[in-house]
Write a protein that binds this ligand. Sequence first.
Ligand SMILES: [Zn+2]
Length: 283
Amino acid sequence: MKKIIPIILLLIIGLNAINISSQKVKNANTVLVSFQKKDISNPKLTFNKQHINFFKSNKKEDTYYALVPISYYEKVAKHKIIISYIKDGKKIFKGVPLEIIDGKYKSEVINVPKGKVSLSQKDKLRTKKEYSNAIKIYNTINKELYFDEKFIYPLATKITSDFGKKRVYNGIFKSYHSGTDFKAAVGTPIKASNNGIVVISGNRFYAGNSIVIDHGQGIYSCYFHLSKMNYKTGDFVKKGEIVGLSGSTGRVTGPHLHFSFRVHGMQVDPLQLINLLNNYTVY
Ligand SMILES: [Zn+2]
């Protein structure tokens, strides 16, 4: 009898706890917040003015989860994630500390022909249109979840350029590397990382022939510079199916696969995200 009471107490505390995948996170990484609670409604999260809805887990009873993508440009600081939900007609607030640490991304100098740096008027209009179309898609949060298995890498080759490298084009800091580059000779089969719906299939100025898959709940994977695209917009693709063949289309110096992810519209480290999603049982 004496031993039972502490165990019950622990269970009650455990049920009220909010779980966070990591209390310290690098810029451009993603954290997962989850909690278990009965009879609640409207669970929401706020981080740095960004509002994120929770989703209910299909695998764990009364469990809610949310992915929090951290911007590449987020400053090193101590923050708080604010969680709210409605229980018995009352709005409950809870705070969880989150510290942003420096990802310490390296710099790389890229020299490209001048014509490709200063775009023609026609190309400027084209890239602007392609960018706004893509952003509209990435900001669309589909409530469905299309996967229930672990994510895979699109191919099993060497990584030739890491995510996050600061890019200095012809001496000017322009951007950072928004994905992970895998070594791939022209014609290498590229696998879908998981199930989803193809939302972009076409040629774009920078990314070349591109396939983008909506995995549901704000998670998108991207496969760029392909020589061949096997699926059209609207097609359902299953994990491991060959979405296309690698190539060197778009603004590249040689053939490779540029693999990237967006979460709630934000560009995040794809390999850290895969590791995160594959290690949590809420999915
Ligand atoms: Zn790349």
